[in-house]
Design a protein around this ligand. Structure first.
Ligand SMILES: [Zn+2]
Length: 145
């Protein structure tokens, strides 16, 4: 996988950068490291950094090399909120459809409907059940990502 601009930017600010496994090692900018004891990794567009000598976390490391925390997380945060918004919207559609189906079911049970109306009500219920099923499948796919 290609290195992101952000990762490249971070590695440029560190000393003795070397590839190791799926990530990199470098000298930790927090504790005056002589031998690389910090690990840097990019997973799903998210940067992970940790020093195994002084246990500096990503916040301390970012500060030491002059990278804003928002630069590190903005993308994944906005992606996360888009995903949440999509899930919430689907849930609202499910609620609305549940209510509509209930409305027609009550109508069928209580109302003195004409035969023609009854057929229409049943058709309404069927089409909404189908929509409900599709939305639930979409939700399931979103959750599995
Ligand atoms: Zn350190």
């Amino acid at each position: 996988m290609a290195m992101s601009v952000l990762l490249e930017n971070i590695l440029n600010r560190l000393d003795k950068v070397k590839r190791q496994g799926r990530g990199y090692v470098a000298c930790c900018p927090v504790h005056g490291d002589k031998n690389p004891s910090m690990r840097i990794k990019e997973v799903d567009g998210k940067i992970l950094m940790h020093c195994h000598a002084c246990h500096a976390d990503i916040q301390e490391i970012a500060q030491a090399i002059g990278i804003e925390m928002s630069d590190l997380f903005e993308d994944s945060l906005s992606e996360h909120s888009r995903y949440r918004a999509q899930l919430n919207r689907l849930q609202r559609e499910v609620d609305t459809l549940d209510n509509t189906i209930l409305f027609y079911q009550i109508g069928l049970e209580n109302g003195d409907l004409t035969a023609k109306d009854k057929i229409q009500y049943v058709n309404h219920i069927e089409s909404r059940r189908q929509m409900l099923l599709e939305i639930k499948q979409t939700k399931q796919r979103l959750i599995e990502i």
